[in-house]
Ligand binder design. Sequence first.
Ligand code: 15L
Length: 248
Amino acid sequence: MLRARLQANCTVLRLSDCESLGETGANEEIVLADLADAAAVHAAMAGVDAVVHLGGVSVEGPFGPILQANIVGMVNLYEAARKQGARRLVFASSNHVTGFYKQSQTITADDPPRPDGLYGLSKAFGENLSRLYFDRYGIETACVRIGSSFTEPKDRRMLATWLSFDDLHRLITACLTTPVLGHTIIFGMSNNAVTWWDNARARHVGYQPQDSSDPFREAVFARSSTPDLNDPAALFQGGAFVRAGPFE
Ligand code: 15L
């Protein structure tokens, strides 16, 4: 969804993945790399000014792949940024860093992480790693705790967590272009009436969402049953992630 939109942000868009990205388009370069392969990541980062880092495991699952892609991969990426001279990154963190806060709470980026699984924990590691690289080397990062970025909100929870594709692009653009970014954590959500997240700490980014889950509200309620408040998925912000994963 971002590939076409990010064209507007750069003269050359270098894309990287561990799997094929298809044909190289106009103003594009493709450098395939496994995040766990330091040499490959360093090669992919040569000459890059800014990074939008969306790579890695994006759901709860066994620790092996999460360790390789989200933890070893983050170290490889930030070492490559430092050595190759990239000065600003937008890191796709996740709302699952704070998934064990209740849906009745409104939190800010200053509230301590409460990961809802190994995936959320790996994103908390990424946030801390990027803070280290800012404190030590001045490399700026926006950690975007993405809510639910889909075509439209699929359920009641997503009425709070939804982030439209256009707003995601607006948010990334704001992070890439604000004069002084520093190290910032920002919740990635559209302008939803129901929200659990307060972005007051990231006003300097200048993100102004234009979309909202509100027009979808009636349809979502019509097709979903009343939540069972004995179900942790209905109580906690992380939804079903709080009971997903490899734990027996
Ligand atoms: C995430 O972090 C996932 O990458 C995405 O697939 C969604 O499930 C999202 O969180 C969510 O919480 O809805």
